[in-house]
Design a protein. Structure first.
Lengths: 314, 514
């Protein structure tokens, strides 16, 4: 077990390092000049060159990489070219916002996916099972930005129940929930529908297993057999898919944050790309990479706990 | 000697031009007492009111001396910062920190009498030293075109409240540029942290800026002039026009300036609780034609392209028809504006005849388009129009600003390129042969120099009109349209500026009525 954890950690560190190099050098060849982006259309080439030197973006890529990567992992992410203030606190603030949004999205997704998936599996030969499948199919086919716009049109503009955008910190209490409700719903609906499909498939497969037939033969009702023996087994693929979905949710959050005017990583990233604020882009992308890797690592470590059979296999 | 317009003219101009919106409901958030209210005939103005205004151009930081674009100075200038002079809603120069001025007959010396009793928000006194410091500091600006005031040779302090600005050569536009961001008066002790703090002499104090989310301003109680109409103003930044439109519908903001939600404007016209005012901007959406391309070097081909483009359709696609079709490089608020929109009428037959006469077959052009909705919509119409007369156009969508600026303005690698030039009085770029559209006309350069050297208004206007006509005749570009300045305000909000004049958005006249 310890060996597994160490091996996983080793892979994790290696992946982070490779990712940092990929992120940095890909951005290095991105067309567009941070100095020009900052000074605007009217600035002369001399002014732009002077700023390039001041920002240090005229130095060779490997030198800048080593400087950035050592800074990043020692907690100094550098200073944003655009806002002229340290990147670390800005990324940290935005990260908290995005994490709350993604967690809200996951809650919505799971709350939708588990009942919908299980019911459509249990009732898969009946009309209501087909209806549940159709609902999840519909959910998959709606892009989350469209879901966001529809939710705004209904709940903010037409009904006036919730704000159409903006953000309030958790300390704001009710206001926080009012602001996160629609974006979390927009983010969670689509992913909930996808997750429901996986849940349905996993439950269907479990229901065909020998141990389920044995449980039924021992006198358990189909419902209690599913709850006592089936769901735990069905949970392994569902948890794995949820972790993959986590990455999707973070990417989805980039769009949702723009639609709902939320100051998270996504909206910061889009603005940083437009400004060619390289230090900011690198730091945000690295944070997202690390976050996704951490979640994958946790799920890898969690699976043997959910399913004891995986312990011996590993 | 020319002297300043009277201060009374300033008040009248502001009163007439202020966007007056009738009142029936309040946007005020704070409790009021009778002493805080005054009746303006449209309802009761609430002097302790707070106003929240949706904006689009997002400031990267607060330092417009080293960061390009209009986003920062349009929020801070005239509100937090002030200069010696200002531009009023009619586009006229008016006194601000200078109560009057005189210009020598040779146009080389500008002597300003300064307002007395003016302090910066941190308490420091404003006097002639600040003028000298601020104008000499233009050498340290790297953004927002400090070279436009390069004629300023020296600043001589006469006494604490009188200063003479000496030019190396006459520059008619000097006062105009002094009324914009370049003329900002700074306190020497505050310039170290311009990116994060703003200490000016204006009617509002800067409170905070949450990056790309909101900027808070509050009324400066010791302001030397007429106090601001609201106790505080919040500028809320949106990157998406629809998000802002939804916000004003749901009470998220009280007003929106520079709205580009063109597809929704028709529905706003019908909203009883929201008033919409369409003014003009300094923008010229221009399609440059690069004469490095063999066909585009031929004036007949360029003229044919002018006739082939249906500018009304371009405007309809880009802004749902709001704004003005242009025929030349000046905008309606320029003092020398002449309407050239009928010069090259939409006429595909004439275009085809001209192309036949030019004798160049199979013209195929690459059209670099920034990834902005207005530009993509305009480009598609132009592509169809040109195809109809036999010119093949390939659209090349490029990320703006990073890629578009590099490819077109720096590398000058394009056949056709479109962009909205928002900087005021940008006709100067047609006198600069190195500018990306590569227009090199000795006559235009002479006319521009003649206009700059003008020492009276009529002389300047005549020279600029002649210059415009000359440029239009040479067809180096197609001037498509002047984008609208769309302001939306909930009932009770009044005093928002109607036109975008390329300077600060003056919020001091904004009031909230119940």
């Amino acid at each position: 077990m310890l060996l597994t954890v160490l091996r996983r950690l080793g892979i994790f560190i290696l992946t982070v390092l490779v990712a940092s190099a990929v992120v940095f050098f890909l951005l290095g060849v991105l067309p567009g000049d941070p100095a020009r982006a900052q000074l605007g259309l009217q600035a002369s080439e001399e002014e732009v060159q002077a700023l390039r030197e001041q920002l240090g973006v005229d130095r060779p890529l490997p030198v800048r990489y080593v400087e950035w990567v050592t800074g990043f992992f020692t907690g100094d992410m550098g200073v944003s070219y655009a806002s002229r203030s340290p990147v670390g606190p800005q990324v940290f603030d935005a990260l908290q916002v995005s994490l709350l949004l993604v967690l809200g999205g996951i809650c919505v997704a799971v709350l939708i996916a588990l009942p919908l998936g299980i019911l459509s599996a249990v009732r898969h030969h009946r009309p209501e099972g087909t209806l549940f499948s159709a609902i999840s199919q519909l959910g998959i086919s709606i892009p989350n930005f469209l879901a966001g716009l529809l939710l705004i049109a209904i709940f903010a503009v037409a009904l006036g129940w919730l704000p159409s955008g903006g953000w309030a910190a958790p300390a704001a209490g009710v206001d926080f929930f009012r602001h996160i409700a629609l974006p979390a719903l927009a983010l969670g609906l689509v992913n909930g529908a996808i997750l429901a499909r996986y849940t349905r498939a996993a439950v269907l497969e479990v229901m065909r297993e020998d141990f389920m037939r044995t449980a039924r033969a021992k006198g358990l009702t189909p419902g209690s057999a599913l709850i006592r023996h089936g769901l735990r087994n069905a949970l392994v693929p569902v948890v794995t898919v949820t972790s993959i979905e986590f990455a999707n949710l973070i990417i989805g959050a980039v769009v949702i944050e723009t639609v709902f005017v939320i100051p998270g990583l996504g909206s910061n990233l889009i603005r940083a790309v437009a400004n060619r604020d390289l230090v900011m882009i690198q730091s945000i992308v690295m944070c997202v990479v690390i976050l996704v890797l951490v979640v994958n690592l946790l799920v890898d470590l969690l699976r043997p706990i959910i399913d004891p059979r995986l312990r011996s296999a590993s | 000697m020319r002297t300043v317009p009277s201060a009374g003219a300033l008040t009248a101009a502001v009163a007439i031009s202020a966007l007056t919106l009738t009142a029936c409901d309040a946007g005020a958030d704070e409790a009021t007492t009778p002493a805080d209210e005054s009746d303006n005939g449209n309802g009761t103005e609430v002097s302790e009111a707070h106003v929240s205004i949706g904006m689009f151009a997002v400031p990267a930081n607060l330092d417009y001396t080293t960061t390009g674009g209009a986003a920062i100075f349009e929020a801070l200038l005239y509100n937090v910062y002030e200069g010696l002079v200002r531009i009023d809603a009619e586009g006229e120069i008016q006194p601000l920190l200078a109560e009057s001025w005189e210009i020598s007959d040779d146009g080389l010396e500008y002597t300003f009498q300064l307002q007395q009793g003016v302090t910066f928000h941190d308490g420091a006194e404003f006097d002639a030293e600040n003028v000298k410091f601020s104008l000499e500091r233009l050498d340290e600006w790297s953004a927002n075109t400090p070279e436009l005031l390069s004629a300023v040779e020296s600043v001589e302090i006469v006494d604490d409240h009188e200063v003479t600005v000496v030019l190396s050569e006459p520059d008619y536009d000097a006062l105009f540029w002094l009324a914009g961001p370049l003329g900002t008066m700074f306190d020497p002790d505050s310039v170290e942290d311009l990116a994060t703090e703003a200490n000016g002499t204006g009617p509002f104090e800067f409170v905070s800026y949450e990056n790309a989310v909101r900027m808070e301003l509050q009324r400066h109680d010791d302001y030397w002039g007429e106090p601001a109409g609201v106790a505080s103003a919040e500028l809320v930044y949106y990157e998406d026009a629809s998000a802002a439109a939804n916000a004003i519908r749901t009470g998220g903001v009280d007003a929106i300036l520079r709205s580009e939600a063109y597809d929704q404007l028709e529905s706003f016209e019908e909203e009883p609780d929201i008033d919409m005012v369409v003014g003009s901007t300094q923008g010229v959406v221009v399609m440059a034609m690069n004469d490095d391309h063999e066909a585009l070097a031929d004036p007949e081909v360029r003229t044919a392209i002018q006739h082939a483009i249906d500018q009304e359709s371009v405007l309809a696609a880009a802004t749902a028809g709001y704004g003005e079709v242009l025929g030349g490089p000046s905008v309606p608020t320029d003092p020398y504006y002449t309407d050239f929109s009928g010069t090259y009428e939409y006429d595909p037959d004439t275009a085809e005849d001209l192309l036949d006469s030019a004798g160049i077959d199979d013209i195929s052009l690459t059209f670099n388009v920034p990834n902005r909705a207005y530009a993509e919509a305009a480009a598609q119409v132009i592509q169809d129009n040109l195809r109809a007369v036999g010119i093949e156009v390939t659209l090349e969508t490029q990320e703006f600003p990073a890629v578009w600026v590099e490819e077109n303005m720096v590398n000058q690698d394009f056949d056709l390129a479109v962009i909205n030039h928002v900087e005021p009085r940008n006709m100067a770029n047609f006198a600069n042969p190195d500018y990306y559209w590569g227009y090199d006309s000795a006559e235009a350069q002479d006319l521009f120099a003649e206009a700059a050297a003008a020492t009276d208004d009529q002389e300047y206007v005549t020279a600029m009109q002649e210059l415009t006509e000359h440029i239009v005749g040479d067809t180096p570009a197609v001037w498509l349209y002047n984008p609208p300045n769309v302001g939306l305000a909930t009932s009770g909000i009044s005093g928002l500026p109607e036109n975008d004049l390329g300077v600060g958005i003056d919020l001091s006249d904004v009031t909230v009525s119940e």
